[in-house]
Design a protein around this ligand. Sequence first.
Ligand code: SAM
Length: 281
Amino acid sequence: MPNHCPQSIYKKSLTVLSCNLPVKLIGEFNKRFKEKLLHVPKVRNVIGLEDTGKKKILLSEKFGTQKDQLPEDLQKYIAEKEVEVEEHHLELGYENISCQEALEKIIPEGIIIPSGFESVGHIAHLNLNEDQMKYKKEIGKIIMDKTNSIRTVLTKVGYIKNVYRTYDFEVLAGEETFETTQAEDGVKFDVDVSKVYWCSKLAQERTRVIDQFFGKDDVVCDMFCGIGPLSVRAAKAKGVKVLANDLNPECYHYLRRNIVNNKVADLVLPYCMDAREFVKH
Ligand SMILES: C[S@@+](CC[C@H](N)C(=O)[O-])C[C@H]1O[C@@H](n2cnc3c(N)ncnc32)[C@H](O)[C@@H]1O
C-alpha cells in the first residue's frame, strides 16, 4: 500500500447473497455458476460451515441482495434443490481491490488514470504526464503491489535524444535492477533497459515481417538490430542467415549473449559498426 495513504481510503463494505449448499453439491454448483460467483482478489468465495456438512458460496455483488434479482437459472436451481440463501457481509481493504480501483482512489478527478503500462520482464514502464507525475510514487507502488510479475516500476522522463535511442527514466517503485529477460514468441532475450533500445509493442510487427518476407535461403541484413529481437527470431523461426549490426556496444554485448543463449550462433553473425560502414563491409 502507498506509504502515506491511510488504510481507510481503500476500505469498502460489501453485502452479497450466499448459497449454503451440502458439500456434495459444491463441485457441480461451482462449475455451473462459475461466472456468477463473487470474484474479489484475496477473498475466498467458498467458506466451510462448521458441523453442518454444508459450505457457503458467495454470489457476485452485481446481483445485489434481493433473491428475485438473481439470474433465472440460478433461481430455478435454488428452488429445485431448496437451497438456503442469505446475506453475507464483507469488509474489504487495499488487498481486495484491483489496480484500477486503487489508482482511482488516489488520483483526483480530472487527471487521467494510467490505463496500462508496457512491460519488459520484471519491469513495468510508464510514460506519465505532468499531472500524473504528482502521484508518481503512489502509482508505482500500486502497480507493483497489484501485478505479480512486476518488481520494478519506471516512468520515462523527457524525450529520446541520443542515437542509441535509450531514454532517461525515473524509478517509481521496487528494485533498481534494469537487466531482465523478455520472452517473445518463445524466444528469450536478455536486455538492460537502461542501456539499450527495446520495445515490447513491436513483437507483432516482427512476427508479421518474419512470416511475410523471410524464406529459408534468404540472407537478412539487420542494420539497426538492437539486441537482436528480429535477427534471432528470424533465424530460429525460418532458419535464415542474418548479418546483425548495431552501433551501440551495449546492444552488441546483449546481441551476442542472445545469439548464444538461443543457439543460433551458426546463423546470426553479430557486428558493432556504423550502419554506413556495415553496408559497405
Ligand atoms: C529504434 S532502435 C531499433 C532496434 C531494433 N531494431 C529493435 O527493434 O529492437 C534503433 C537502433 O539503431 C541503432 N543505431 C543508431 N544509429 C546507428 C548507426 N549509425 N549505425 C548502426 N546502428 C545505429 C541504435 O543503437 C538502436 O539500437
